[in-house]
Design a protein around this ligand. Structure first.
Ligand code: HEC
Length: 174
């Protein structure tokens, strides 16, 4: 028992326990220098790794590229009035806005009932004109009737625009 607990005797044990490569002060200095150089190299490499992914594409900052990235997922194309642009294959015709047409052309007479024009929103007056059916009303709006000039006097309006204006007025007189 005693022999077992006795502390080991010097050199023999220390040689066994600490089999170190560093045996002289010069080796210690070399090891420290290598350690620091190695650490610095690792840091530099990590720094490069961290920043390498951030090589921004200069073009990506252009206003067009930004606009492209943040644009809405869907666009409503109402189509342009006038001839289709060369190269465009699909043109969705814009549904004429009856209200706009009414306000620009028809309101002058139908707003107040000039020359006995059926007044905007006047159910009774419009009911009289609707007796022969909506198609007949369209027809009269396009070709004119009495004091009502063809297309309300604005011949630049398309048939669809006039009809849209009629629909707008009829909708208000329901
Ligand atoms: C210069 C005044 C004037 C303008 C502008 C005018 N109207 Fe009229 N409109 C009349 C008069 C007057 C009548 C009534 C005609 C009648 O029944 O004798 C009338 C009647 C109508 C009727 C009833 C037709 C029917 O079947 O009896 C419609 C529909 C109509 N107008 C649509 C329009 C539309 C659409 C516009 C605009 C694009 C327009 N009008 C612009 C004067 C006008």
């Amino acid at each position: 028992m005693r022999a077992f607990l006795r502390p080991p005797t010097g050199a023999r044990m220390s040689a066994k326990r600490h089999e170190s490569l560093i045996k002289t002060p010069k080796q210690l200095v070399t090891a420290l220098v290598l350690f620091f150089v190695g650490t610095i190299i690792v840091i530099v490499l990590l720094a490069q790794l961290a920043t390498s992914g951030r090589n921004y594409d200069e073009d990506a900052k252009s206003p067009e590229a930004v606009a492209k990235r943040i644009k809405p997922v869907a666009e409503v194309n109402l189509g342009a009035a006038g001839p289709a642009a060369p190269g465009s294959t699909v043109q969705v015709a814009a549904k004429p806005d009856g209200r706009t047409v009414y306000e620009s052309t028809c309101m002058a007479c139908h707003g107040t009932g000039v020359a006995n024009a059926p007044k905007f929103g006047d159910k009774k007056a419009w009911a009289m004109h609707l007796m022969h059916g909506t198609e007949h009303v369209y027809e009269n709006a396009l070709k004119g009737k009495g004091a009502m000039p063809p297309k309300g006097g604005n011949l630049t309006l398309s048939d669809a625009e006039v009809k849209a204006a009629v629909d707008y007025m009829l909708g208000a007189a329901k």
